[in-house]
Design a protein around this ligand. Structure first.
Ligand SMILES: [Zn+2]
Length: 347
């Protein structure tokens, strides 16, 4: 590649950073525009700009790391080691907008802020370092330069002093009933077990998820797809406890025009607000408890009636038909649950 005009200094990726985050930092440090950089790459490898737009964090196109590294003055191994997705259920690229405010605060200067790989996982909505909920952020670090002045103005504290928000988020989270603040961790543990079970039985020729993981996948899709064109609210919203209905920043439903794509996990993985995904995870974790017939103790949930059975009560016939079809792939002993839930809905 020809000598690049963006400057010689190297920016080393953090071990837990995403590729696009490192590239944004490198471009920022060298006052180099993203489109200029991609145009230069395309002269070297025509398919690279498209491949990096389609998957900016976990690229699979051959030779991507060598081309990027030679432009940036680092070794390709430094990029290869950070290009593995934390799980097969990472967020769609446009939805990777979750951050831990405490982590950003610890990064120091705005220009040092970086995206952690774990924030790109659709089913991880808590920071494992700080035990705080991830929050939606329109940008971070050098990325603030790519959003409008209005957006920067609306998120001044998040942009300049994220550490000042930590106290507020901690206090707001602590005010929630304990059952609710523990539930996202329980949901993640439940999914980790399902991943473990899946990987212990999966064969090279298998495609798709198996066992409990399959149930998680189907129920997450079910409760985040709009089933009636007349409603702009996803079913998971119905699972919220009464005290959270409205504009709670940690748990919320979704009011958006009906999703046009197929109903599958792609819907869940395209939700950028972690508060909406957290709500869906709680909803499905509650259904999984129901499947394992653990007795439900309403008082342990903060005295509110909430959870999966409230979603079952509002699902339209179309959704049940979809679930009937999908549950044919579930472990046989659990298929009966779908009929039980449907009876709750029609009763
Ligand atoms: Zn954190």
């Amino acid at each position: 590649m020809e000598t690049n005009s963006c400057g010689p200094a190297s920016v080393i990726p953090h071990h837990d950073e995403t590729v696009s985050s490192w590239l944004t930092r490198w471009l920022g440090e060298h006052a180099c525009h993203h489109s200029e950089f991609l145009a230069r790459l395309s002269r070297e490898r025509a398919e690279l700009p498209y491949a990096l737009r389609a998957e900016p964090d976990y690229p699979r196109v051959p030779g991507w790391s060598r081309a990027l590294a030679s432009s940036a003055g680092i070794t390709p191994e430094l990029l290869d080691r950070i290009a593995w997705p934390p799980s097969p259920w990472v967020l769609m690229p446009v939805a990777r907008r979750s951050v831990c405010v405490a982590c950003l605060g610890e990064d120091g200067a705005i220009t040092s802020q970086y995206m952690r790989q774990s924030w790109t996982d659709s089913w991880r909505t808590m920071c494992r370092t700080h035990s705080l909920p991830l929050m939606y952020a329109p940008a971070f670090g050098w990325g603030w330069g790519q959003v409008s002045t209005e957006v920067r103005r609306a998120h001044g504290a998040l942009m300049r002093k994220p550490y000042t928000l930590v106290k507020e988020i901690k206090a707001g989270w602590a005010r929630l009933p304990t059952g609710l603040t523990e539930a996202p961790f329980d949901a993640e543990l439940g999914l980790l077990e399902a991943w473990g079970e899946h990987y212990s039985r999966v064969k090279p020729e298998d495609t798709g998820s198996s066992g409990n993981l399959r149930i998680w996948e189907d129920l997450l899709a079910l409760c985040t797809c709009n089933w009636a064109p007349s409603t702009d609210e996803i079913p998971a919203t119905a699972s919220l406890p009464a005290l959270l209905v409205g504009r709670n920043r940690f748990f919320r439903g979704l009011r958006l025009p009906a999703f046009q794509g197929r109903c599958d996990l792609g819907r869940f993985r395209s939700i950028e607000d972690p508060a909406v995904r957290r709500t869906a995870l709680l909803c499905v974790a509650d259904a999984m408890l129901d499947i394992s017939s653990r007795p439900t103790n309403e008082r342990s949930r903060g005295g509110s009636s909430w959870g999966w059975r409230r979603v079952a009560a509002i699902l339209p016939p179309l959704a049940w038909e979809w679930l009937d079809r999908r549950s044919r792939e579930w472990p046989p002993s659990w298929r009966q649950r779908v009929q039980d839930w449907r009876a709750v809905g029609s009763g």
